[in-house]
Write a protein that binds this ligand. Sequence first.
Ligand code: SF4
Ligand code: SF4
Length: 325
Amino acid sequence: MEEPTTTVPKKRQIYVGKITIVRRIVQIFVIIFLNAVFWDSFLKIDLSFFQSMFRFVPFLSSPRSTFSDSGGFLELMLGSMVARIVPFLLFGLIIFVTIVFGRATCGWLCPAGLIQDLFGWAGIATKNNREMGITTHAYVSRLKNWILGLILLFIVPFLFIADNNTYLQYVQVLGDFGKNPLGFWSLDEFLFVFVPTITQDIATSGNLELLLSNWLYIVQGFFYLIIMILTFYYPRFYCRYLCPYGAITRPFAKHAITALSRNPTKCVGRKECGKCEKACPMQIRILDESYTRISGNGECILCGNCKQVCDKEKYQAIELSFFKS
Ligand code: SF4
Ligand code: SF4
């Protein structure tokens, strides 16, 4: 066995190992083939025939397709609540997928995750990458729980409104928020529904003023511009701090069957190495986690960055494990 290297990294470095290559292929496959924008806008293929079959497949969203009302599990779940149907099946699916695969959906499938990974890479490549202070990181991580809580506060009452008139009045009061509760907070929705829609509208009409005609467009545009700038400095900024899907899956991801573990007999620790922590886009204190499970309080997205960097350093201390608590 080759001697391990012992240089402690000061800054993050980009390392493209086998896991990253496979993950990028999967992410690109998903972004192209599970995204109706591609089929609908580029290939001009009408997917509505498959609507009933693919209703539960996430990321199917498109400006012109009927899927656009509900792009992912959480959007569908909230949409179902607005329609006064308790989303047992969808919530069960979210729990099941998360219990089995943890938040691998965030690390391997989410299209907004790929875009954030690329922005994060750009930040690292230009040496602009930063780390959030430990306490600040812990506090700001809770923001996504508050966002989810706030959305549910307005949406759960739908399930208890029996009277049709009251229901219609409540729908009217909530307006666009009632129609698409996750809309404003979803980076996926912004990147894959809002941006293509507005681009298409401007291209068709040739009228740039369309962008400035609605104050909500301007607020949304600025908001996500700031998010993407922050992602350049802090990888996966949206996933870490704002994503409501991350908030709903986190409690289950803590107990997922699939997780990473760290072999104490192989790991040399933070002082000697610590490269895994520098490679983690979710800023998880891997070396403070239990040996049997690296979960980061449910924040691990199973991207494998830590494992591949540890393998590269020849320590091979991080392993994929199953059924470990
Ligand atoms: S797990 Fe691997 S990369 Fe992390 S400190 Fe231990 S030896 Fe280094
Ligand atoms: S702990 Fe490892 S697998 Fe989990 S998010 Fe961090 S780098 Fe990725």
